[in-house]
Ligand binder design. Structure first.
Ligand code: SAH
Length: 379
């Protein structure tokens, strides 16, 4: 069987790690020291097995190795775009595959990670939206995406990197899935990624993007303390109901009210409104003016995203002139309104292009698959 019965230590919070060690028989007075050694090995050194944890005596490495797992997930494909963007297809188990993207820029490097396999939201312009939800990712699986990217980018000290020369400087939860529908796992993963004695990506450099799960927005600000981006895409309920269907549940008025009250909001810490530019659908000057009015009570930035096509998509990208006019109106109203340059399009790594082949199996199919493998093993 592929699933390991051992507890995976990646993705456990500091308390969770101590608890796992305690359960395995580590003495109370040694818990802090042992968990610090393992934490450092996992998140500062990037080890993938206990053999690599030289701060532990050999017999202890053996003992922990029998009980715990530190291994990376399988990387099915690693692609590099002609603009330097990278995309990994990562497999966590049978039928559980997701994509992670790294976008290098002159002054920063952004890792875009996934929170779910598939998605429930069905936004009409999004490729992931055509893939049904398979399941939430665990904290292990969310954090592992960062580790896989660091491996491939040779970001660990043994490869000669230190914190000043690292390529991954920012993290965005903008991959597959809706992070606020997987709150606890996303919270634990973010706290691990932001830990100053570990992966050390500060919360100021982490952005979570939501399509607008209103009841979770306050908790997101209060408990996560990360930057918030909101996938707005339409300025009235009639259109937003159609292209971002979660709007039927949480209409614009409720969404804007939740954003006005987002904990920690200030002029120094603004909400980013993402707005995909769809030709002839939401890109008129009147839409731009309505957008300015809609967000007027929230310290905000606007990020315009030219629509990225995918096979069978029912939309086209707005013309450069329409995007420029739209951006000018927002800029003239006093907002920063950068247009996001499409990156990694040749490898389908741009915003909204991610998708994996994973499908949710019906229970009967799953049972059959298990029966097949078992009989194969027996043969
Ligand atoms: N579910 C979350 C996280 C996904 S973020 C959310 O909706 O915010 C992915 C971002 O890319 C979102 O802003 C999404 O609306 C945008 N996007 C989706 N499809 C796109 C496409 N085809 N072209 C450009 N942007 C797209």
């Amino acid at each position: 069987m592929t699933t390991s019965p051992k507890t995976h230590l990646v993705g456990l919070t500091r308390d969770g790690l101590k608890l796992a060690l305690e359960k395995s028989g580590v003495e109370t007075k040694q818990l802090s020291m042992r968990s610090n050694q393992i934490w450092n090995a996992l998140y500062v050194q990037g080890v993938t097995s206990f053999d690599g944890i030289t701060t532990l005596a050999k017999p202890l490495r053996q003992e922990f190795g029998d009980k715990f797992d530190l291994a990376r997930p399988e990387v099915i494909t690693a692609q590099v775009s002609r603009d330097g963007t990278r995309k990994w297809l990562i497999k966590f188990g049978p039928g559980v595959e997701i994509e992670t993207v790294f976008i290098p820029d002159e002054d920063r490097g952004t890792l875009c990670i996934s929170s779910q396999v598939g998605c429930t939201l069905n936004c009409r312009f999004c490729h992931t939206g055509t893939q049904k939800l398979v399941r939430n990712l665990t904290a292990t699986e969310i954090v592992s995406q960062v580790l896989v990217a660091r491996d491939d980018l040779k970001e660990w000290p043994k490869a000669g990197r230190n914190s000043d020369t690292r390529q991954i400087t920012n993290i965005v939860m903008m991959g597959m899935g809706e992070p606020l529908y997987n709150f606890e796992n996303v919270r634990d993963a973010i706290n691990i990624i932001a830990d100053g004695e570990g992966l050390s990506v500060s919360k100021r450099r982490i952005t979570l993007s939501t399509a607008g799960v209103v009841p979770m927005i306050e908790r997101c600000g209060a408990e996560l303390g990360v930057n918030l981006a909101v996938s707005l895409h339409a300025v009235n309920d009639e259109l937003r109901d159609q292209i971002v269907p979660i709007n039927k549940k949480y209409p614009l008025k409720e969404l804007m009210k939740a954003l006005e009250n987002y904990p920690g909001l200030s002029n120094a810490r603004r909400i980013t409104f993402e707005y995909v530019m769809l030709k002839g659908v939401n890109d008129s000057p009147a839409d731009a003016r309505a957008l300015v009015k809609l967000i007027s009570r929230v310290p905000a930035k606007v990020n315009l995203i030219p629509f990225n096509p995918w096979p069978g998509a029912p939309f086209e990208r707005s013309t450069p002139a329409a995007i420029r006019d739209f951006s000018d109106i927002i800029f003239d109203a006093g907002y920063s309104s950068p247009v996001r340059t499409p990156r990694g399009e040749d490898i389908m790594a741009a915003c909204g292009q991610l998708k994996s082949e994973s499908v949710k199996q019906r229970r009967s199919d799953r049972d059959k698959a298990v029966a097949d493998t078992t009989s194969g093993e027996a043969a």
